[in-house]
Design a binder for this molecule. Structure first.
Ligand SMILES: Cc1cc2nc3c(=O)[nH]c(=O)nc-3n(C[C@H](O)[C@H](O)[C@H](O)COP(=O)(O)OP(=O)(O)OC[C@H]3O[C@@H](n4cnc5c(N)ncnc54)[C@H](O)[C@@H]3O)c2cc1C
Length: 437
């Protein structure tokens, strides 16, 4: 039976979104989810499925019934020969990676962290980096969805809703099962090294094409950057993970412990941020190691932050970075967090930020105790001037009138929503803003 308790306060990982659900439920099967949805609809209450609360937008927030799928976390079917794996949709990416390891399989690509639920990651278009690779939703080949009328619908690649359910924003129903197309497990050679932004931008087209997963971090107010290149190694290559001491120094101390202290300190004296960034950019040294793909993709993130990220056509990136540089040279805002730049291939998912165009992703972050409003507003203006599409789970202030222009299949998505959730059982203010009433 599903667990139910009366309200408490719910908040997201970034601590910038809070809500007060009237009831929290933890169903353990698709049938129990369907019962929750029907009961909610009858009582006139909104039902929101929630994963790990790792979205920075209020996309999962509700004052109605909050459904946590944390008990729906099992492997249901697998076929190693085809690489297809069906899991319950509440499983975390962390747990999924362990399950796949055991089967000799892996997801083709991942983002920076792994606490997210599979359903949450898929629903907002979570992605990693790689010019020939796509976001996690593009690996979905089937899903089981409980609709707003409490019906349980299996959506496969032939189903007319297939283009919509993969990045469904939680607007079409509750995903209870997801089938993923995986690949044989693989090791990656990771190379990280400091770089200068002008040289990096000059070499960018070759770098993006030459490496399986390439990304860089640019330290604002400076021309310093950190370049990361991850490439598959030939079969038989030995694993050479980061040593314990190096891991403690780079990942725990410089990227987390010291970075937290630095962010606390510079809040009191923002004027020192440019010099602090110069120092951070020079301290991060070069390193190389070989490890399981998920161990390379995922890093610990212990300094809490808020984030905004946009996808732009890949060819717009140099222009966009030049516009950001111009803005930094004239603003009084001081930003201690590096700007992250990633890449993805075009896909056919209707509301994927990389829909139908090879994309560059540019992410801006701010320490969670610092007000990001002015910084994110200015960068949003720059992103939208370059046809930017906001990540559905990361902060932005855009609405349906802008988004309809950016997504050629926007109206088709709304038509599926009309069928799947005619009474708006899954609505909330964020969905009302981005999809319209
Ligand atoms: C530290 C950090 C690092 C991040 N790194 C990356 C990154 O590298 N790349 C990237 O693209 N994003 C990244 N993100 C964003 C994150 O991956 C997305 O916001 C993702 O949606 C979070 O998953 P979640 O399980 O926490 O979902 P939640 O935030 O809890 O929910 C997100 C949406 O999914 C819906 N949902 C949840 N479960 C279901 C379900 N069962 N059925 C239907 N809808 C459901 C919710 O209703 C909501 O609409 C990061 C976020 C953080 C905090």
């Amino acid at each position: 039976m599903s667990t139910t308790w009366q309200s408490s306060t719910w908040q997201n990982w970034g601590r910038n979104v809070r809500s007060h659900p009237t009831r929290v439920v933890e169903p353990r099967s698709s049938d129990e989810v369907a019962a929750v949805v029907r009961a909610g609809a009858e009582a006139g209450l909104v039902v929101k499925a929630v994963g790990a609360g790792h979205s920075f937008t209020p996309i999962a927030a509700t004052d109605g019934i909050l459904a946590s799928l944390r008990h729906l976390d099992r492997l249901l079917h697998h076929d190693v020969a085809t690489g297809r794996v069906t899991v319950q949709a509440g499983i975390s990416l962390h747990a999924l990676n362990r399950v796949l390891d055991g089967l000799g399989l892996a997801l083709p690509n991942l983002g920076d962290v792994d606490p997210q639920s599979v359903a949450g990651a898929v629903s907002t278009g979570t992605h990693g980096t790689g010019a020939r690779l796509r976001g996690i939703a593009a690996a979905v080949v089937g899903a089981r969805l409980v609709t707003g009328t409490g019906d349980v619908v299996d959506v496969d690649e032939q189903h007319p809703w297939f283009g919509a359910v993969r990045v469904g924003l939680g607007a079409l129903g509750v995903l209870t099962e997801v089938t993923l197309q995986c690949v044989p497990a693989f090791l990656l050679r990771a190379r990280e090294e400091p770089a200068r932004l002008p040289a990096l931008l000059a070499a960018l087209p070759e770098l993006v094409e030459a490496h399986d997963h390439m990304e860089f971090y640019w330290f604002p107010h400076t021309d310093r950057a950190l370049l990361k290149r991850n490439d598959r190694v030939p079969e038989g290559t030995e694993r050479r993970p980061v040593g314990r001491v190096r891991h403690l120094l780079d990942d725990e101390l410089l990227s987390n412990g010291a970075f937290e202290l630095l962010n606390r300190a510079v809040r009191l004296r923002p004027s020192v941020i440019p010099r602090a960034n110069e120092l951070s950019g020079s301290l991060l040294g070069a390193r190389e190691y070989v490890d399981h793909s998920h161990a390379v993709f995922v890093s610990p993130r212990r300094v809490r932050f808020v984030e905004s990220e946009f996808a732009v056509p890949r060819e717009a990136l140099p222009d966009l970075i030049a516009a950001l540089q111009r803005w930094f040279s004239r603003t009084d805002e001081r930003v201690s967090f590096p700007i992250e730049v990633r890449f993805a291939a075009d896909d056919d998912v209707w509301l994927s930020t990389a829909h139908d165009r090879d994309s560059a992703y540019v992410a801006v972050h701010q320490y969670h105790r610092t007000d990001p409003t002015a910084y994110f507003a200015a960068t949003q203006d720059i992103f939208t001037a370059h046809e930017g599409r906001p990540h559905w789970g990361k902060m932005h202030t855009l609405d349906a009138s802008y988004l309809a222009e950016r997504y050629p299949r926007f109206e088709d998505f709304l038509a599926v929503r009309e069928d799947a959730d005619p009474h708006r059982t899954f609505a909330n203010p964020y969905l009302q803003r981005v999809l319209g009433p």
